[in-house]
Design a protein around this ligand. Structure first.
Ligand code: BJW
Length: 236
């Protein structure tokens, strides 16, 4: 794929990009949704019904991601962000911080990582609406550092909630020359609809995934294999 020098690039990533760092995906065999019922842990109704179960689930995953490291795919994308400074918008559905860490390691100044489904390492206070960096557990119902209320929840977009920064994401996709989707099953909207939006706006579209995703047919080109290999090959 040839790109003009002033091209805008939008990258959409999903759980597959972090799989080789040891973070479970959702819908693969052995993935998180085989071990936990979505409606028990990833909806606002579940949190209202059984907050301890939900907080334990997210406390466990927050602890796990802190033992993981960015892999070759995250590092390759960080090199792309550095080489095309200011022209890459990296939209991730992932709630880990591996893109952010890879970008920091590569010295990317304007990383433009949009976490559309939230971040494990943030807590959101439902009393005063502030977000704070949070590495510890939430199950003991700690006080919000800003207002002192015990009203913190994971800063995660659950089913039925509106993903973050949609206006920015849509604007970036509509002005993209190239849209690349990496490591996502294409099962969850609105993220899964972005490829069609990009194609209709005139972008070239490329899928890099272990296997054909649910929306594979919407892409101009699809390459299948592990992200660590495919992304590194594509970026070089
Ligand atoms: C590899 C690999 C390797 C493995 N290398 N690849 C129709 C239209 C619009 C909306 C809806 C609709 N029908 C229903 C809805 C609502 C719902 C939805 O989409 N449901 C579907 C199940 C149908 N969506 C919502 O509720 C969203 N909100 C919403 O729609 O608000 C209204 C709105 C509309 C329009 C505009 C704006 C707003 C909110 C969705 C929130 C998703 N939350 C979760 C959980 C929270 C995070 C957490 O707990 O960690 O986010 S669900 C889960 O799925 C997580 C992920 O970010 C998300 C996507 O999963 P992902 O990343 O694709 O992972 P997998 O496991 O599915 O796939 C991994 C892929 O990697 C596979 O293909 C593998 O092959 C591949 N892979 N190893 C490369 N080594």
């Amino acid at each position: 794929m040839r790109l003009k020098a002033d091209a805008n690039i939008v990258i959409l990533t999903g759980a597959g990009v972090s799989a080789e760092s040891g973070i479970d995906t959702f819908r693969d065999s052995g993935g998180l949704w085989e071990q936990h019922r979505v409606e028990d842990v990833a909806t606002p109704e579940a949190f209202a019904r059984d907050p301890e179960l939900v907080l334990r689930f997210y406390d466990m995953r927050r602890a796990a991601i802190q033992t993981c490291e960015p892999n070759a795919a995250h590092h390759a994308l960080a090199r792309l962000q550095r080489a095309w400074a200011g022209q890459v918008t990296l939209v991730t559905q992932n709630v880990d911080d591996l893109h952010d860490r890879a970008a920091a390691t590569a010295g990317v100044e304007d990383a433009r990582v949009i976490h559309m489904h939230g971040e494990h390492l943030n807590a959101w206070c439902t009393a005063c609406d502030t977000r704070s960096r949070w590495r510890a557990t939430l199950i003991e119902r700690p006080a919000c550092p800003a207002c002192g209320e015990a009203a913190l929840r994971p800063d995660i977009v659950w089913f039925g909630e509106i993903p973050y920064r949609m206006d920015e994401i849509i604007a970036a996709v509509e002005s993209a020359d190239l849209f690349v989707s990496i490591g996502t099953s294409g099962a969850v909207y609105p993220a899964a609809g972005l490829v069609r939006m990009a194609g209709e706006a005139g972008a070239q579209t490329l899928e890099l995934n272990l296997e054909p995703s649910q929306g594979s047919h919407w892409f101009d080109e699809a390459r299948h294999g592990p992200a660590t290999r495919l992304v590194a090959q594509w970026v070089e």
